[in-house]
Write a protein that binds this ligand. Structure first.
Ligand code: ZN
Length: 522
């Protein structure tokens, strides 16, 4: 069997059986951004990439649960609220609203669930989770002194520090914390975690990143090496006298839960754990767990600490962890306000539009490694790929169709949500599906833009606008073929650029050129 056939077969296997009543469930989540910072381009990237996968799975006939939200407890939020002389709850309400407002601006699916760690149900779930882990003997109290980086919100071992400072937060002092705290017996999980990394995941079906529990493979190797070196129990509480803004430890109000036993539990509290067994059964057990997008700074928390915590309460691990690189300034320099190289997603979208932003994030930024995001580069690729590329192609083909063809020749059907459901799954393109299935959205977008390039070349070479004047039949046949091929481009674009896909399929259905260019040259 050829590689392509294998891919096509596994792709077909993901579709629900014909005639089946219940759709297969699929669960995807972003990390919950911590509300002490404004929403930035890194958040936008994670939301958009997860949204592409959520839309893709829906188009493939899955029933999709898509989760995001905000992480709202902790000392940094508390300090900011105190500095601003506002009640912490008021502070987090305002901060959460900013993230919530960003979602429609980014074109994120409107059925996304927005979980806040201050939601009463989440607080109940975090406490239930704690009680179970405690009952299983996996939480204990001890005195300790740790080196702690407030920037990372992580304890640091001596070997991780450079000149006594965190290399990621060299401007901040390492804090020495000495107090009585509760600890989680993480050290017990070295072997189970190594087994998990070895076993891999059934969710990826093609050669690239095959069966990797963490994607890309380089990150799997990184976490495997970390766990292999030996892991230590980590602290899971703070004294409420020092940090009153947190979820109280059940049975001991002198402590609040630290971020791990609070925020990470959202991945299951959002789907109804522990009280809604039916919902949890569907979205965790039937799906094989969550597909979790995160940034590379979250690798340890997502793929080791959280997995051990799930084991501690007898739950199965997540399905797969997909790790994004950082968005940087020009030349790979870290984005920072002081350097003036930050990019506001909202400003960019105000000027270029939502789909242009989604295009840049999925096609131009590296799918897994760090990538620079500059306005110059954005504008350049916008003009090349969208204004002069897809937008111009649509205008040219649809102008010829409008002038020379009497009826719409490709009847692109849409369902009530504006999606071309039946058409999507029938696309014959194993490379395209293989790329999305392995979360390489850039590669999938390149497949689409290769098709666009082929259409451009065909128009240039075969000159349908001239041909239709000398040989009407041959000319209209050629134009019809171009329209049909453009229709397929629109279908494939749906998870990535939903608004543009809709505009193009509307033009085809009405046999009209767009009233205005899809993307105005900048
Ligand atoms: Zn740090």
């Amino acid at each position: 069997m050829s590689k392509a056939t294998t891919k096509a077969a596994s792709n077909a296997a993901q579709k629900p059986a014909p005639g089946s009543v219940a759709k297969r469930p699929f669960y995807i989540t972003t990390t919950l951004p911590y509300v002490n910072a404004e929403p930035h381009v890194g958040h936008a990237l994670e939301f958009i990439r997860a949204d592409v996968i959520a839309r893709y799975k829906k188009l493939m006939g899955f029933d999709v649960f898509f989760n995001t939200g905000t992480d709202e407890h902790g000392v940094k939020v508390y300090q900011k609220a105190v500095q601003a002389h506002v009640d912490p709850q008021k502070y987090v309400d305002d901060a959460a609203a900013k993230f919530k407002e960003l979602l429609p601006i980014l074109g994120i699916s409107s059925d996304i669930k927005f979980t806040r760690t201050t939601d009463p149900h989440h607080i109940m779930a975090a406490q239930a989770f704690w009680k179970m882990a405690d009952k299983n003997g996996l939480i204990y109290k001890k005195n300790y002194a740790i080196k702690y980086c407030n920037g990372c919100e992580l304890e640091k071992t001596e070997s991780e520090l450079v000149d006594g400072k965190c290399p990621l937060h060299a401007l901040q002092e390492i804090e020495i914390i000495e107090e009585e705290n509760y600890f989680f017996r993480f050290s017990l999980y070295q072997k189970p975690l190594m087994d998990l990394y070895e076993r891999g995941s059934a969710s990826t079906s093609n050669a690239e990143n095959q069966n990797s529990f963490v994607i890309p493979n380089s990150r799997l190797n990184e976490i495997r090496a970390f766990v292999e070196r030996g892991i230590e129990d980590f602290s899971v509480t703070r004294l409420s006298s020092k940090m009153p803004w947190g979820i109280p430890v059940p049975g001991d109000t002198t402590h609040v839960m630290y971020v791990w036993f609070d925020a990470l539990v959202n991945y299951i509290s959002t789907i109804g754990w522990p009280d809604d067994e039916q919902s949890f059964g569907k979205w965790w057990k039937e799906t094989g767990g969550a597909v979790q997008y995160c940034g590379k700074d979250n690798l340890r928390q997502q793929s080791a600490m959280w997995q051990a915590m799930l084991m501690a309460v007898g739950l199965t691990p997540s399905k797969v962890i997909v790790v994004n690189g950082f968005v940087t300034g020009a030349g790979g320099v870290k984005m920072s306000k002081s350097l003036g190289n930050t990019v506001s997603p909202i400003d960019v979208i105000n000027e270029f539009g939502t789909d242009a932003f989604r295009y840049f994030v999925t096609k131009e930024l590296h799918p897994f490694e760090d990538s620079p995001f500059t306005i110059e580069k954005f504008k350049e690729t916008y003009n090349a790929g969208l204004a002069n590329g897809l937008g111009n192609l649509t205008s040219r083909i649809m102008k010829m169709a409008q002038d020379n063809i009497q009826y719409p020749i490709s009847n692109v059907q849409e369902n009530e949500n504006g999606a071309v459901m039946d058409k999507f799954a029938s696309i014959q393109n194993p490379e395209f599906f293989g790329a999305i299935d392995s979360f390489n959205l850039q590669k999938a977008m390149n497949v689409i833009w290769e098709k666009i390039a082929v259409l451009d070349q065909r128009i240039q070479k075969e000159q349908p606008f001239a041909l239709v004047k000398t040989d009407k039949e041959k000319g209209t046949t050629l134009i019809s073929e171009l329209v049909a091929a453009l229709g397929e481009v629109a279908v494939m674009l749906q998870p990535f650029l939903p608004e543009t896909a809709h505009k193009i399929s509307t033009c085809i259905r009405e046999n009209k050129m767009p009233a205005a260019p899809l993307f105005v040259r900048k």
